[in-house]
Design a protein. Structure first.
Length: 563
């Protein structure tokens, strides 16, 4: 009796303990981040685009420019709202996103209570707290955290709509799904999965009685599969349509490729080409500079040069999409190998990025080590949990979560793997992982030998999967780390912190000695520090890797030496 009382008390207060721990971790991390990271007030790549975009919006440019949105627009408008209220304050953004992160932990727990029994929801909330990448991204000007919050709210609303089945709720689900797509357009791939799931949960089972009195016709219609699916789809369209109409009107380019943003084509080609390895590919050979502020114009310029004619934004998108498709059709064997790499990267522990990477930040922000649960532990336990659900027959609530994971997985298979691309799956994978962990524990404790044997078999499979997923595929993440060190060096240089910049450039070159830009900027830092002989040598290293770098020759000559 006492044991049950203790268990009940823990069930009541456990989530508040987890949320308290999650809040404390975030507070420690933000203080540590502010004290020790150059990126606290320095934006990189997409973060810089979002920051400048939000500043323009809060300054009065409410249409957000005169071209098709290059990135999904909801997040910069979210930032603009914060900037309008609090000024252009990065700490305010970090604080609000950290609060959203805490809400996400609670939403994981709340969703788990609707889908699973026992301690699974609480275990999942704990695992989410210990998965450091979630907290890491909350302190970046990136759309990930907001998209996670919207996605989790969508799951909760869909589960509620399943219980009540009214057109009002199905329409609300569609509106929220469309809103989520404005932060993360790939969410639209979930629409057919949601439609199939609605068909399964609304169709009248054999022997099910209809209500005798049709008091609320809208409620009754909500129980009809095609009514419910149509209403959800219609409200997705309604939610997305203001952005689509804006894109069409400002460009007079009436194409579905301008539905939300214009990056699908180039991102698809970055993911599927001769040099692709399942991660972001820098298209320097095609003529891209790597500057996200110039990418949209570079896409158009390169496409127009290749075709010999002016092109609309939709035509530019189709051009890059067709180049990716052409490579796939011409190289089916290489494409299959590429997809295999993407699967391993999706399930593996390595955290990949194009802007910030958690490994570099952990070098200076030690508090990030407090949340160090590897993703391979989540994915291997989640696969075991999914297998157990499959064996027993998926109940509709669990099937909904699985569908969202599948839709996110397909997005990554179409494009490339990065932590923020796979992160939409994380809340639902931790739920399945927690369910798998609890079932294994129950199996080990069971007095039935068959149950214990089954638990040991699943445990062995989890161990094998963890070993495979946790292993490094290659050194790609180390090259990404080197690039982040290079960017950190640039940020220090811009702040006239030349010694710190030099140290970062040295770290960048230790990880990727082919980066001639790092050698060039290193030379500039050495000049600023008065170390001219070393600067000359650094500029000469540039010329070994890029003979046409005229700026390096000029710097050597300015220092009184010959190139």
């Amino acid at each position: 009796m006492a044991a049950r009382g203790i268990q009940g008390a823990w069930g009541t207060w456990g989530i508040w303990v987890v949320l308290g721990a999650a809040a404390l971790l975030r507070l420690i991390y933000l203080l540590d981040y502010r004290a020790h990271s150059v990126f606290w007030d320095s934006m990189l790549l997409d973060a810089e685009v979002y920051d400048l975009w939000a500043a323009r919006i809060s300054g009065g440019d409410w249409l957000g420019g005169s071209d098709v949105y290059s990135l999904p627009p909801l997040y910069p408008y979210f930032l603009a709202l914060i900037y309008t209220i609090a000024g252009r304050s990065y700490p305010a953004v970090y604080l609000i996103q950290s609060l959203l992160g805490l809400a996400n932990v609670y939403l994981i727990y709340s969703t788990g209570r609707k889908v699973f029994s026992g301690r699974t929801p609480l275990i999942a909330a704990g695992m989410a707290t210990l998965y450091g990448s979630l907290m890491f991204m909350e302190a970046k000007l990136m759309s990930v955290t907001l998209a996670l919050t919207l996605g989790l709210c969508l799951m909760r609303l869909l589960l509620l709509a399943r219980e009540r089945q009214t057109l009002t709720l199905w329409g609300s689900c569609g509106a929220l799904l469309g809103l989520t797509a404005l932060a993360r357009p790939e969410t639209l791939l979930f629409v057919p999965f949601a439609g199939w799931w609605i068909h399964q949960v609304t169709r009248r089972r054999e022997g099910q009685r209809r209500p005798a009195v049709a008091i609320d016709q809208y409620a009754l219609a909500g129980r009809q599969p095609w009514f419910a699916i149509s209403v959800l789809t219609a409200f997705v369209v309604i939610a997305v349509s203001p952005v689509t109409l804006r894109n069409w009107v400002v460009t007079e380019d009436w194409s579905l490729s301008n539905l939300i943003s214009s990056q699908a084509g180039i991102t698809f080609y970055q993911s599927n080409n001769e040099r692709a390895g399942g991660l972001y590919t820098f298209l320097s050979r095609e003529g891209f500079s790597g500057n996200p502020l110039a990418q949209a114009e570079e896409e158009r310029t390169i496409a127009e040069k290749a075709t010999g004619r002016p092109m609309k934004r939709s035509e530019v998108t189709r051009y890059w999409m067709s180049r990716g498709l052409s490579w796939i059709l011409s190289n089916p064997g290489k494409f299959l190998l590429l997809e295999t790499k993407k699967v391993q990267r999706f399930l593996g522990s390595n955290e990949y990025s194009t802007e910030y990477i958690i490994y570099v930040e952990r070098e200076s922000v030690k508090s990030l080590w407090l949340a160090c649960l590897p993703f391979a532990a989540i994915s291997s336990l989640a696969l075991a949990g999914i297998a157990m659900q499959w064996k027993e027959g998926f109940r509709p609530p669990a099937l909904l979560l699985a569908f969202f994971v599948v839709s996110n997985f397909l997005v990554v298979m179409l494009f490339y793997v990065s932590s923020r691309y796979r992160m939409p799956s994380a809340p639902y994978l931790v739920l399945f992982a927690a369910a798998g962990a609890e079932r294994l524990w129950e199996g080990f404790r069971s007095r039935v030998s068959a149950a214990r044997t089954e638990a040991w078999i699943y445990a062995a499979l989890v161990a094998v999967m963890f070993g495979i997923f946790h292993a490094q595929v290659d050194k790609s993440h180390e090259i990404q780390m080197a690039n982040v060190h290079y960017n950190a060096g640039n940020q220090h240089y811009n702040k006239k912190q030349y010694a710190e910049a030099l140290a970062e450039y040295d770290r960048a070159l230790a990880g990727d000695s082919s980066n001639w830009r790092a050698y060039f900027n290193r030379g500039n830092a050495l000049v600023a520090l008065g170390r001219k002989p070393e600067a000359v040598q650094s500029f000469r290293e540039v010329l070994k890797r890029n003979k046409n770098m005229a700026a390096a020759r000029k710097q050597i000559e300015a220092l009184g030496e010959t190139p």
